[in-house]
Structures are given as C-alpha cells and as structure tokens.
Design a protein around this ligand. Structure first.
Ligand SMILES: [Mg+2]
Length: 251
C-alpha cells in the first residue's frame, strides 16, 4: 500500500522556502542578549564589559564572541571564545525571562498563516547558534514554527550559513526550492546579502536597527516598516490565496 501524498502541491513542483532571521525580524530580546554576553564575558575574562557596547545586529554569535575576546584580551584564544558562547547560551534564558523582549508586529500571525500552507516551508537562517536560537524562540512561543534551520554553530560567516540553509532546504524537499518564490526575511543589510548569495528575494523589515531608507539602499526585493498582516504578506510574495479562501469560507 502506498502512503498518501503528504503534500498537496503537484509532484515535481518547486516549492517556496522562507528563510527567517530571528533578532529584529521575528522578535526583540529587549537587550537580554547583550546582557548575557556581558555577563558571560565577565566570567571568562574577569573584566567588565558595557552591554551597550556589544554590537550584535547582523553579526553571527561566533563573530560577536571573537570581537568581545579581542576587546577584553590581548591574546584571545579559540577555546575562550567557545567557552564564552556556551556560557552565553546558559545565561540567556534567565536574562530573557527577566527582560522586556517581545514578538515583533505581524510575526506570529504570518508564521501561523504560513504553517497552514503546505506549499510553503519556513526555515531559520540566523547568526545565532542553534541553542541560542531555540532559547529565544521558545521563550516567545515561536519554536514550533521551525523544525529546521541553518545556524552559526559551524561557521562564523553569514553567507556560508545561507548556503548551508539552501542545501538543507534542497535536501529536505528533495529538489531545489523555487528561487523566484523563495525569500530571506531579515532586518539588516547582511540578510539582504544572504538572499543575493543564494539567488532568492530579500524582504527587508525595518524593525531592527536599520531604517527602511537604509535597508532600501541595499536594494532588497521588498522593504517594509514592519511585517504586514498575513494576507498582505502572502499576496505580495505570490504565495497564493488558497489558505485564505478556505479560512474565509469557514467563517
Ligand atoms: Mg536580525
């Protein structure tokens, strides 16, 4: 007996993959990430670090750890940077729980809408390590929307993470995703570069440290002040209106 076809898209049809950045795009930890880095750094190097001086936007966790090491130590070693990352991951849940973070406007509604679309796959494409990413997403109830993703664990380089994400999507779907219906959604010029590197469209959202004008200068496919309602988002991305029609009919 043949198992029923899990997907409703026609056999062989290329599918849409949405590669999601986390910080500044789906959520803000309200500075909890910086505080966790500063606390971890104080433990590893025994020196105080002003949390406000930690630049995180668009940088991978490995890049952040190396930059902190260079500031606090004349001879930072790889083992110390790794110890810093592990300690940061351990301190992060407590910092987030006590912090003023939030899910950014529209994010939860869009992820919920996408989850109902069998022809669309949402994946993470993030400079977070997987442990750090999962802590953040779990805290805000977004973890369940992402079975898989490409993280910073094996590489400091964002473009390499993007390529890893593309390879993962291809493996998962059994064929390369449709490039003209696949997107990187992020809040920094680095995310736009990632989209370009894997030949998909960039959706830039100005809910991080960059304004819509600043992001627009990097020529993303679409730039928005904040994520729009799910229907608007799906229509602009050309994801079709089947799920919406079904939902409307059920009302
Ligand atoms: Mg970001």
């Amino acid at each position: 007996m043949t198992a029923p076809e899990e997907r409703t898209s026609p056999p062989g049809a290329a599918r849409s993959v949405l590669f999601w950045d986390i910080d500044g795009t789906l959520l803000s930890t309200g500075g909890a990430g910086r505080l966790a880095w500063a606390r971890a750094a104080a433990e590893v190097w025994g020196r105080d670090l002003d949390p406000a001086s930690v630049t995180t936007a668009g940088r991978t966790d490995v890049e952040i750890a190396v930059a902190i090491g260079r500031r606090l130590s004349s001879e930072p070693r790889e083992a110390e940077a790794l110890r810093l990352i592990r300690r940061y991951e351990e301190l992060l849940p407590e910092q987030i729980r006590g912090g003023a973070g939030l899910v950014l406007p529209g994010a939860r509604e869009i992820l919920e809408d996408l989850a109902a679309r069998p022809e669309v796959t949402s994946m993470l494409l993030t400079g977070n390590t997987e442990a750090g990413a999962r802590v953040k997403l779990r805290q805000y109830g977004l973890d369940r929307y992402f079975a898989v993703g490409a993280f910073a664990d094996e590489t400091a380089d964002r473009i390499a993470i993007a390529r890893k994400g593309w390879a993962l999507a291809t493996r998962l779907l059994g064929a390369p995703p449709a490039r003209d219906r696949s997107f990187v959604i992020g809040d920094t010029p680095h995310d736009i570069r990632c989209a370009r590197a894997i030949g998909v469209r960039a959706v830039a959202v100005a809910t991080g440290p960059y304004s819509a004008a600043q992001l627009g200068a990097h020529q993303p496919w679409w730039v928005v002040e904040q994520l729009p309602p799910p229907g608007t988002f799906a229509a602009r991305l050309g994801l079709g209106s089947l799920a919406l029609d079904a939902r409307d009919a059920a009302r």
